[in-house]
Design a protein around this ligand. Structure first.
Ligand SMILES: Cc1cc2nc3c(=O)[nH]c(=O)nc-3n(C[C@H](O)[C@H](O)[C@H](O)COP(=O)(O)OP(=O)(O)OC[C@H]3O[C@@H](n4cnc5c(N)ncnc54)[C@H](O)[C@@H]3O)c2cc1C
Length: 471
């Protein structure tokens, strides 16, 4: 697929818009937000079509773990998990230190439960709750996933549902033009792979084309600390939404926010679940020393790891933690491809890290000391350990990676894109990574699951808003 050069085109007598067809709602991007928006629109008998640049839709959604936080779902109720929208808002807010957009925090926290319930009831999504451990920053078990627990399975389910309902998902279709007239969206222009250009008029346009993490120029401009980091997301995250936004005079917000990850296994290129850290594991640098509180969050951990010598670290954990992580398909894959090494003693562990044996023994011994004399509290980082790390040891070499950006088009609580003067475009919506998120304006504001939260909640809100306008 060609590199996108998104532009806004004004309909005029000298350059008239000549559509070959009309679609009630045009959706740009077939990831979690685009496809779930299409399903919710279908539930409301609203005609839509999804335009996707790739041959086969995958997006960052298929690269994700597919874990979505939501309070007060039918499943949570069935499992007697005591949660509320207020508690979820509080958790989101605590993580972003109150720097996130409060209107969106509430809108997303309120919409995500109904969004997942609708997918369960109308489309058969058999959600499970990950209740073996709490994700960093979440007060209760609210992380939902499909039984396969992968983003690939989530995408496959969304796609097969769209296909079986006959919702058009037009692949190899790069949307590169938004047409406007009198400040209103009137349609889109598409470049088809191996074919010509096509134009469609639409009543509403929903941008579900994610953020700018795959656009190195924009990364350098807005999040320079990640300019040399590995990008583990989808190449289609090319910043189209914000480039269109700039031309349209839309407000852009929180462009400094993103999801990083502090345990991207190298050279294998696979995610190491942060459950390792939440369940007693730790990270050391090439000197065998710890350098942060690993339980604060995996996103900001990316920056901490990149600051270490060589921009690398080693996750070290014990047998019990290893067994627990085995429930994750990604972890199983990491075992199969040899990313995770096992060591019977500190001599072989230190050889792997290439640090001195004394150093790693001191690091592990310090946990024992903290447990014996300080209730497990490490006063240097503020982390509280609940158990020692005992042989046999496991270790994996990692770096800090960039997963996706959390800044984007400013939207209101109806997912309508806002102009710089605060007035909403009547028929332009944004969901998922195309819109600003709820992580404030920095890496540390990202609460685990904020990515798919904005994708699923934003898509649901956009579909409901379009339905309201239509009535
Ligand atoms: C390794 C990894 C793990 C993650 N794990 C989690 C997790 O467990 N929980 C969580 O909440 N978040 C997670 N995330 C983040 C999550 O994947 C994203 O926030 C989410 O997938 C965004 O969904 P989306 O629909 O906005 O974008 P995407 O899924 O990226 O979909 C956007 C689609 O738009 C298409 N597109 C872009 N521009 C155009 C255009 N001009 N014309 C046509 N098509 C276009 C793209 O090709 C793409 O298919 C993870 C991300 C990564 C990379």
């Amino acid at each position: 697929m060609s590199v996108n050069n998104p532009r806004v085109v004004i309909n005029s007598p000298s350059n008239p818009f000549t559509p070959s067809g009309h679609i009630e709602v045009a959706i740009v991007g077939a990831g979690a937000s685009g496809l779930s928006c299409a399903l919710h629109l279908h539930d409301r008998a609203i005609e839509c079509a999804v335009f996707e640049r790739d041959d086969t839709p995958s997006g960052s959604t298929s690269l994700s773990s597919g874990f979505i936080p939501a309070p007060c779902t039918r499943l949570q109720t069935r499992l007697n998990i005591n949660d509320s929208v207020e508690l979820f808002v509080l958790d989101i807010r605590n993580k972003s230190k109150g720097k996130g957009n409060q209107i969106l925090e509430r809108a997303y926290a309120s919409a995500i439960g109904p969004a997942l319930d609708a997918l369960e009831m109308s489309h058969g999504f058999d959600w499970e709750i990950l209740d073996q451990f709490l994700y960093p920053g979440h007060s209760v078990h609210r992380m939902h996933a499909l039984p396969a627990r992968t983003g690939q399975a989530l995408m496959a389910r969304l796609m097969s549902r769209a296909e079986s309902l006959g919702i058009p998902v037009l692949t190899k279709s790069l949307v590169n033009e938004i047409w406007i007239q009198d400040d209103k969206i009137i349609g889109i222009g598409i470049q088809r792979a191996n074919a010509g250009r096509e134009h469609y008029s639409c009543d509403s346009l929903v941008l579900c084309c994610n953020g700018y993490a795959g656009n190195s120029d924009l990364v350098r401009q807005y999040i320079p600390e990640m300019k040399d980091a590995i990008f583990s997301g989808h190449t289609g995250n090319d910043g189209s939404a914000i480039l269109w936004g700039e031309e349209l005079g839309a407000e852009l917000a929180d462009l400094g926010a993103y999801q990083g990850h502090g345990s991207w296994a190298i050279p294998h290129g696979i995610l190491m679940t942060w459950a390792l850290m939440m369940h007693g594991g730790l990270q050391v640098n090439s000197l065998g020393k710890r350098f942060h509180n690993e339980t604060t969050g995996y996103s900001e951990a990316a920056v901490e790891v990149l600051k270490q010598p060589g921009g690398v670290a080693w996750c070290v954990f014990d047998e019990k933690t290893y067994q627990l992580a085995c429930m994750f398909p990604d972890f199983q894959t990491a075992i199969q491809i040899g990313a995770i090494k096992r060591f019977t003693d500190t001599a072989s562990l230190s050889d792997f890290i290439d640090c001195s044996q004394e150093s790693i023994e001191e690091t592990l011994g310090q946990i024992q000391t903290d447990l014996s004399f300080n209730s497990g509290l490490d006063t240097h980082t503020g982390r509280v350990f609940t158990k020692p790390i005992l042989a046999p040891y496991y270790a994996v070499k990692v770096t800090g990676a960039l997963f996706h950006t959390q800044g984007g088009l400013s939207i209101d609580d109806k997912a309508r894109v806002l102009r710089k003067n605060g007035v909403a475009f009547a028929n332009l919506f944004a969901a998922g990574g195309a819109a600003r998120g709820v992580s404030g304006n920095a890496v540390w504001g990202y609460l685990s699951g904020n990515g798919l939260l904005s994708a699923f909640a934003g898509a649901y809100i956009a579909a409901c808003s379009i339905n309201e306008v239509r009535r």
